[in-house]
Design a protein around this ligand. Structure first.
Ligand code: MN
Length: 246
């Protein structure tokens, strides 16, 4: 850590805007949540995977944010008809970022696409489309304009890091996904589940790699308890040596 606050990296990637040149973007909510938790947010532009380690050298922790579907070809699967929103170069670069962060022993927090990407990197699999493959009845893909609306409950498992951060038992969350974790990566435990059985949280035994399927960054203003998920990342990134000022 260089300064008094840990630097938390997160990918930014080009998104087409009508009538404008390509611009790299990261949702402001992630940036602000890291700042609110006491970290310094740093946007990393998508690039060739061999650059990933150089970027990770600048970091104390990594946030893996939401975004496109993971390209099914990375799992050796043909894409189902519902998978129309992928970005392979982004997947490849972000996987390289996660591997470099893991090699350096950095803490990693994945959100939505992020928990899915972490599961893939560490050896798990995904449902490409829950409605088709799981036949579930809960709305996991709510109205996209009201970001902190509560969509469904999840049950947070006893004795988990997530339980320590958010409280055990049922909590309400938002939901913007049509994909989900299928087989969970070895060494990870499921820490939150929706009533339809969809996995909504997981963590590694050491608590240094963890993720949630919902979007806490969109909820922290109205529901400040969700800030604890970001504080945990910032505290781990500070290495427990320096006091983090909130
Ligand atoms: Mn959900």
């Amino acid at each position: 850590m260089r300064g008094t606050k840990p630097v938390i990296g997160m990918l930014s990637s080009p998104a087409p805007s009508e009538g404008l040149p390509l611009r790299h973007r990261t949702n402001t909510a992630y940036i602000e949540a890291i700042r609110m938790a006491g970290g310094i947010p740093l946007q990393i532009p998508i690039g060739p995977p061999e650059e990933a380690a150089a970027y990770v050298e600048l970091l104390d922790g990594l946030l893996v944010p939401g975004g496109e579907d993971i390209a099914p070809c990375l799992l050796g699967e043909d894409a189902l008809p519902e998978v129309t929103y992928t970005y392979l170069e982004k997947d490849v670069f972000e996987i390289a970022l996660v591997r470099a962060a893991e090699a350096k022993g950095l803490p990693i927090f994945g959100i939505c696409r992020g928990i899915q990407l972490l599961n893939v990197v560490f050896g798990g699999t995904l449902y490409q489309d829950m409605a088709r493959q799981c036949g579930k009845n809960i709305c996991h893909n709510q109205n996209r304009s009201i970001r902190d609306a509560l969509s469904h409950r999840v049950t947070v498992e006893e004795g988990s890091l997530l339980g320590k951060l958010l409280g055990e038992g049922e909590i309400w969350v938002n939901s913007y996904h049509h994909q989900a974790l299928n087989r969970v990566a070895k060494g990870f435990r499921v820490t939150a589940v929706a009533a339809d059985g969809i996995i909504e949280g997981f963590e590694r035994a050491d608590g240094r790699v963890y993720g949630v399927q919902w979007h806490p960054e969109e909820m922290v203003v109205r529901y400040p308890q969700f800030l604890s998920l970001f504080r945990h990342l910032v505290e781990l990134s500070a290495g427990g040596k320096k006091k983090v000022l909130f």
